[in-house]
Design a protein around this ligand. Structure first.
Ligand code: NAP
Length: 247
């Protein structure tokens, strides 16, 4: 995969899909900025792993829901490297409950963590990328944002909103040669899906045409394509990585 840019910030990259995205993009030659919010030892271990494999990595701490911290994190990267070429808004949470039992702050908490954080990152990245007239952003939404899911009205709204927001950013940013795309993973084996019971996982697998959960690396490969020069004419797109569960 060919990249004209040199560095990438991945939010929530110390574990799960974010960590796999860091591994894949570092292998493809980008300097990866691993964002973490709570466990420096895990982020440092990933940085060492990437460096031992011959890649270039750095860590940057911030809570993606904290606007000031996020902006400071991006400034630190730009001060260090002179640019931010690519951003992956990956940080996300769930807080599942049937809608009838969901408190309003349990709804807005997930919107804030998943959607508002991606808005802040997208806006700040666009400011930086516009100056160079180059850049690309990939937002990690979810199949749940496309098809809905019982017990996840908050999460579905955040991810559906992310899809619409990404298309709108794509329209605003195209004249500046900055591309925005979104990846919608299906059920991927990470800590997030580990929380599901074996019964629920088996039921999902039975419905997935490829008959298995996906791997973080398989999402990362889709992210890499959308950031790369191979996707230079792709913006505002939604790339499904879901084993055929939603077509
Ligand atoms: P995960 O294993 O639970 O990891 C989530 C990561 O996000 C962690 O590193 C976490 O950091 C970080 N994070 C959460 N809130 C943050 C914040 N405010 N600031 C900075 N970092 C934050 O989740 P995952 O499965 O890898 O999911 C990654 C993304 O893919 C999420 O947006 C998720 O919604 C999406 N997705 C996942 C699946 C799936 O099946 N796994 C499917 C569709 C979409 P801490 O370690 O500090 O908690």
């Amino acid at each position: 995969m060919k990249f004209s840019g040199k560095n990438v910030l991945i939010t929530g990259a110390s574990r799960g899909i974010g960590a796999d995205t860091a591994r894949v993009l570092a292998k493809m030659g980008l300097k990866v900025w691993i964002n973490y919010r709570s466990k420096p030892e895990v982020a440092d271990a990933l940085k060492s792993e990437i460096e031992e494999a011959g890649g270039v990595a750095a860590v940057v701490k911030f809570d993606a829901t904290d606007e000031d911290e996020f902006i400071k994190g991006i400034n630190l990267i730009v001060d260090s490297d002179g640019e931010l070429s690519y951003l992956v808004n990956n940080a996300g949470i769930t807080n599942d409950k049937l809608a009838l039992r969901m408190k309003t702050d349990e709804f807005t908490g997930v919107i804030n963590a998943n959607l508002t954080s991606a808005f802040i990152g997208s806006r700040e990245a666009l400011k930086v990328m516009s100056k160079k007239r180059f850049g690309a952003v990939v937002n990690i939404a979810s199949i749940v944002g496309e098809m809905g899911n019982a017990g996840q009205v908050n999460y579905a709204a955040s991810k559906g909103g992310m899809i619409a927001m990404t298309k709108s950013f794509a329209k605003e940013a195209a004249s500046r040669n900055v591309r925005f795309n979104v990846v919608t993973p299906g059920f991927i084996a990470t800590d997030m899906t580990d929380a599901l019971s074996d019964e629920v996982k088996a039921a999902y697998e039975a419905n997935i045409p490829l008959k298995r959960l996906g791997k973080g690396e398989e999402v990362a490969n889709a992210v890499a394509f959308l950031l790369s020069d191979h996707a230079s004419y792709v913006t505002g797109d939604v790339l499904k990585v879901n084993g055929g569960l939603y077509m």
